[in-house]
Design a protein around this ligand. Structure first.
Ligand SMILES: NC(=O)CC(=O)C(=O)O
Length: 284
C-alpha cells in the first residue's frame, strides 16, 4: 500500500546558531531559501535553532505561542514557509505557556501557505548523567509534552519527535503503524552520545519500521556551552545513510519515494510478518 503519494525532496538545514535570536532567524531564512531554490519541498531546522541549548537559556528565550501574544519565531517561520512555498518543520524553540508558566521544548510545523499544521512538545525530556562526561537535566526547567504528532501533508504523513524522543522506539513504531512514510527529529546530540548513538538510532528506527528517518542538528560551536554533534542525516527505509553532514553548517537534500519504501518492504516483509499473537501487550 502506497504511503508516500509522490516523490519529495527533503532538506535538512544544519544551522550555525548563536545567542542572537533575530540573527538566528535571519540565518535560518537564508538557508531555507537556499534549500527551496535547490528544489526542497520539505525543510527541517535543528532543535533549539534560535537559542543556545541549555537549561539556563530556556526561560530567557521562551516564547508564548498563545494568541494574542505574537511569537517572534512563530511569525518568522510562518512567513518563511509561505515565501519559499515549502513545508517547514521549524526545529524547536523554548515555549512558555502564559497561563501555567510551564516551559516546553516545542516544534512548529507550517504548510507552504504559512499555516500552522502541528505543534509538537518534546515528550521524553533529556535527563542523563554520565559521570565525567555529561550531565543534562531538561526536567529541571522543562515540562514534557504528552501527545505524539503526525503531520498530514499532500505527500502523506510525517511523524515528528524531538531529539531524545528518537531513543524511544515506540514513538516511531506507532507513527509507522499510523501510515507515516518518515519520522523527522530535530535534535542536538553531543560529543559523548553523538558518536555512540546518533547514527545507530537513526538507522535502527529506519530498519525497525522501514520508513525514512531524518535527524537535523545545529552545527557544532566549540565556543558554546553545549557542543552539538552535528552529522545531520537522512536514512532510507533499508537503514542506508542517504546524506550526512559533518559538524559544520550546511544543507543536505534527499529524494524520498514510495518505490523505495515498497521495494524494501517487499524484500524483507517484516511489516506483514509481525506476531501480535505472541507479543499482545505491544499490539495493545
Ligand atoms: N539532546 C537530547 O535531547 C538528546 C541527546 O543528546 C541524547 O539522547 O544523547
Amino acid at each position: 500500500m502506497s504511503i508516500l503519494k509522490q516523490p519529495l525532496k527533503l532538506a535538512l538545514v544544519q544551522l550555525a546558531t548563536g545567542a542572537d535570536k533575530a540573527a538566528n532567524l535571519a540565518r535560518a531564512r537564508t538557508k531555507i531559501v537556499e534549500a527551496a531554490k535547490a528544489g526542497a519541498n520539505v525543510v527541517v531546522l535543528p532543535e533549539c535553532f534560535n537559542s543556545p541549548y541549555g537549561t539556563n537559556f530556556f526561560p530567557q528565550y521562551a516564547e508564548s505561542l498563545t494568541p494574542p501574544t505574537a511569537s517572534q519565531s512563530f511569525s518568522a517561520l510562518s512567513a518563511i514557509a509561505k515565501e519559499t512555498s515549502t513545508y517547514l518543520i521549524g526545529g524547536s524553540i523554548p515555549e512558555v505557556d502564559p497561563t501555567t508558566q510551564k516551559l516546553y521544548n516545542t516544534s512548529l510545523v507550517f504548510s507552504p501557505a504559512g499555516e500552522l499544521l502541528a505543534t509538537h512538545r518534546k515528550i521524553h525530556l533529556f535527563d542523563i548523567d554520565i559521570p565525567g562526561k555529561i550531565r543534562f537535566k531538561e526536567s529541571e526547567v522543562l515540562s514534557p509534552g504528552d501527545s505524539m504528532t503526525v503531520v498530514d501533508t499532500e505527500y502523506g504523513k510525517i511523524g515528528l519527535g524531538i531529539c531524545y524522543d528518537v531513543r524511544f522506539p515506540e514513538l516511531a513504531m506507532t507513527a509507522a503503524r499510523k501510515g507515516c512514510f518518515a519520522m523527522v527529529y530535530p535534535g542536538a546530540f553531543n560529543m559523548t552520545t553523538g558518536p555512540l548513538h546518533w547514527s545507530l538510532l537513526a538507522r535502527a528506527r529506519a530498519v525497525d519500521n522501514q520508513i525514512y528517518i531524518a535527524l537535523c542538528s545545529p552545527a557544532r560551536d566549540m565556543n558554546a556551552s553545549y557542543h552539538a554533534w552535528g552529522h545531520s542525516m537522512v536514512v532510507d527505509p533499508n537503514g542506508e545513510v542517504m546524506q550526512e553532514l559533518e559538524d559544520s553548517e550546511g544543507v543536505i537534500l534527499a529524494e524520498l519515494s514510495d518505490e523505495r519504501i515498497q521495494e524494501v518492504r517487499k524484500g524483507i516483509p517484516v511489516t506483514t510478518q509481525r506476531r501480535f499473537d505472541v507479543y499482545k501487550d505491544v499490539a495493545n
